[in-house]
Design a protein around this ligand. Sequence first.
Ligand SMILES: *Cc1c(COP(=O)(O)O)cnc(C)c1O
Length: 403
Amino acid sequence: MTPNVSKSPSQKGYYGSFGGAYIPEMLFPNVEELENSYLQIINSEEFQKEYWQLLRDYVGRPSPLYFAKRLSEKYNTNIYLKREDLNHTGSHKINNTIGQILLAKHLGKKRIIAETGAGQHGVATATVCALMGLECIVYMGEVDIERQRPNVERMKLLGATVRPATSGSKTLKDATNEAIRDWINNPIDTHYIIGSVVGPHPYPDMVARFQSVISEEIKKQLQEKTGRDYPDYVLACVGGGSNAAGTFYHFIENPKVRLIALEAGGQGVNTGKSAATTALGKMGIIHGSKTLLMQTKDGQIIEPYSISAGLDYPGVGPIHAYLFDSRRGEYYAVTDEEAMEAGFMVSKIEGIIPAIETAHAFAYLEKLNAKPDEVVVVCLSGRGDKDLATYIKWQEGTYKGHE
Ligand SMILES: *Cc1c(COP(=O)(O)O)cnc(C)c1O
């Protein structure tokens, strides 16, 4: 069986040989403050009370675990969907931003910064800033601002300032650089809300803990529905890896559960147009963390590509590099085409239009071959309303790269 694999990093933030905090010296005070206080704050009674109350009354948790009858018949097994798409703002991302905004409040921060690519994390951050009355600045690449207009408008409506990143390729990694620069210049009053299980320690562990509510609920809900508190398989898509980390979290140390992660294979793993990090990546450093990273021979980051903006990231969080490397987790690439077909299929047979990110997880049901008495849980990470234009263009045959 697999070696002893832990869901928590070492004290220095290492998952095996991945993780850590590789940051410029000027960020040491900010990151150290977080590192020294995050566990104490998160575990305090006051924090826990507020966190759970907001998850219940504001986010709408627990999210249902839905037995997908027609999907189960199609694949001749038992498929349950964890409905993160029903959360306020339409995905799992709010679980993390609620946790981090409370942490920021406990640290006495007055100003919040975030980076965003597709705009989903920016919207989730702007939402909790409005909720708490904190100033919100979201960095976003100029190119992304153009192609993600509706999310930019949402953020503005929620009271956030969207600042364009104008350097480099004018996309997510440039927005991240701008956010880090801002944090260096504003170390006292500002908290940086990172949107996935990436970044320097303690972010990957912190975000995984906030998302672990997903598997905590799955355990309880499966116990009620099946009389057993674990499934045979959990499936989730991976961009940076936060919905997958949350879905896997309480099952990582149970070797009876197969952890299956689906990455964006784009136009094909070997076409130069994908975001299949575990298939193509080598050890490197991105956003302050040592992890698997798509890079050239001389260490330049390769621009990732996926039809789904949320999976379009050249790395994975260190917990995934570790689960992949230790073989505890199984990582497969799903192409744009396979994902889109699965998105249309789930819409028609379950009446649920999934986010295109999530559709990658559904696509793998074609290959899973689960037995009739086995139990499969798929994390339905988000709803597909935001992707309507892409679905329509794909169907018309007029889709030409992201917009
Ligand atoms: C952002 C996003 C993802 C990818 O992010 P992870 O950190 O890998 O979870 C997946 N699904 C949806 C719906 C998203 O919005």
